[in-house]
Design a protein around this ligand. Structure first.
Ligand code: RAT
Ligand code: ZN
Length: 434
């Protein structure tokens, strides 16, 4: 596992007493800080075990991750319809055979599965699937979660929780217990993006709303959010948005955002996370794997940050072309926190580019990464990859700084890594004890 590589590389003694570090010490202290400071994973699709079947883990789930399904259809003649008709274990067999046996798993997502197998000391060759199945079948979920989080070097997993998801709702309604490692997020996509399809579900929960979001609807949505915040204790509210998103706007989405979501966030002192640039279902046959991206206009971010200074915005953008603009807006508005390299830009080459750009423009005042994991063990490879990409970038920044005349110390590096991967999140969100 990359974290172990980092640990073993971090052996050379380095002073903790504030003495300037030499170039070779800088890189070992960076690696040591990255591997010893536990990170906060601020956006995942993982669930605590009390959410039952929504809590995904194990090899079948790893192999049927939608990032891999998208790759399967490029290398197999199976049609999506034939694939969806298979039981999960046969889907996993097919993905394994196609992407790991008949082809070499060199894509980021396939390599991630190999890294997970290796991290657990499992075989990684063509016939590895049977051993992996036996291994995961013998795990018990709570201790497995603790072990996985330890391996990934993360202390907190932030979930994505949708109060209108018919699969998730019953768990909340029956009073799901809180978990010390998992925190909730109130996700708003169904309300903000698909009001037409979901207002009846809001109504069914006892709120006086209508199809046009007229009359009392807006104040009722605000009441809905306040009630759900009490139930979920979210650390932020969140919405993914299309590349065409504009704000302000007279649409239902603009109205609900301005008059229900933003005031509720202010009342609750919660940030709003906006993930901008998705083009949903460009190929619906691929289901979850059928979304793509588009370049957005970030005027919406500018308008929100300027016109709502008492709100805080966590923003991630999906298009590579929007990343630089996001940094510029973050320099203008301190209520804007850029976070993560999301989905299609979460590939080492692009992560590297985005992270260098952010450091150059924002220093340590951003949150470099989230995992977006949907299957528990993915945090092992995704965070190992983040550390691996981050180490040379940070080391290079410190090397340049010492060359330019400012000595760098052990304490500097530890403070910065803590800020990037923990305290920016802690101070931007309500991450204190519940
Ligand atoms: O990365 C993903 O898994 C996507 O399918 C999305 O869920 C995205 O991350 C999102 O949160 O909308
Ligand atoms: Zn996500």
């Amino acid at each position: 596992m990359a974290t172990d590589l980092l640990k073993s590389a971090a052996q050379s003694p380095a002073s903790k007493d504030g003495a300037p570090l030499s170039a070779s010490q800088i890189s070992s202290v960076v690696q040591e800080a990255l591997s010893s400071i536990p990170f906060i994973d601020i956006h995942t699709h993982l669930f605590a075990p009390s959410f039952g079947r929504l809590c995904l883990w194990g090899i079948e789930e790893l192999l049927t991750y939608h990032y891999l399904e998208a790759e399967l259809f490029r290398s197999s003649r199976v049609t999506p319809e034939q694939y969806w008709a298979l039981p999960k274990s046969e889907q996993a067999d097919l993905v394994w055979r196609t992407l790991f046996v008949e082809n070499t798993p060199i894509s980021e997502a396939t390599r991630g599965v190999i890294a997970v197998l290796q991290a657990f000391g499992l075989p990684t060759g063509h016939s590895a699937l049977a051993d992996a199945r036996a291994f995961f079948a013998s795990q018990s979920v709570e201790s497995h979660i603790a072990g996985v989080m330890q391996m990934a070097g993360i202390s907190t997993i932030v979930m994505t929780n949708d109060p209108l998801d018919p699969e998730e709702l019953p768990f909340w309604q029956s009073g799901v217990p809180s978990h010390d490692k998992f925190r909730a997020v109130l996700r708003l996509d169904r309300i903000l993006n698909y009001w037409n399809d979901h207002w009846r579900a809001v109504e069914a929960q006892g709120y006086a709303v209508d199809a046009h979001a007229s009359g009392k609807s807006v104040s009722e949505v605000r009441r809905f959010l306040m009630d759900w915040a009490v139930r979920m204790k979210p650390v932020y509210m969140a919405c993914s948005l299309p590349d065409t998103f504009e704000f302000p706007s007279d649409s239902i989405n603009g109205l609900l955002l301005r008059d229900a979501v933003l005031p509720a966030c202010r009342d609750l002192n919660l940030p709003l996370s906006l993930m901008i640039g998705v083009r949903k279902q460009v190929n619906p046959r691929l289901r979850l794997a059928g979304d793509a991206l588009g370049r957005a206009s970030l005027r919406c971010v500018e308008n929100l940050c300027r016109d709502f200074p008492s709100n805080r915005f966590l923003v991630s953008v999906l298009s590579r072309e929007n990343q630089h603009e996001l940094c510029v807006f973050a320099r203008k508005f301190n209520n804007l926190m850029p976070f993560g390299c999301w989905w299609f830009v979460n590939n080492a080459s692009i992560v590297e580019e985005i992270t260098r750009e952010r450091i150059e423009m924002l220093g340590t005042s951003f949150i470099p990464q989230h995992s977006d994991a949907r299957v528990l063990e993915q945090v092992v490879y995704k965070w190992a990859y983040t550390r691996r990409t981050m180490a040379p970038i940070l080391a290079e920044s410190y090397r340049l700084l010492s060359e330019d005349g400012r000595p760098v110390t052990f304490a500097d590096i530890h403070r910065d890594v803590t800020r990037l991967f923990r305290s920016n999140a802690e101070s931007f969100m309500d991450l204190g004890p519940r």
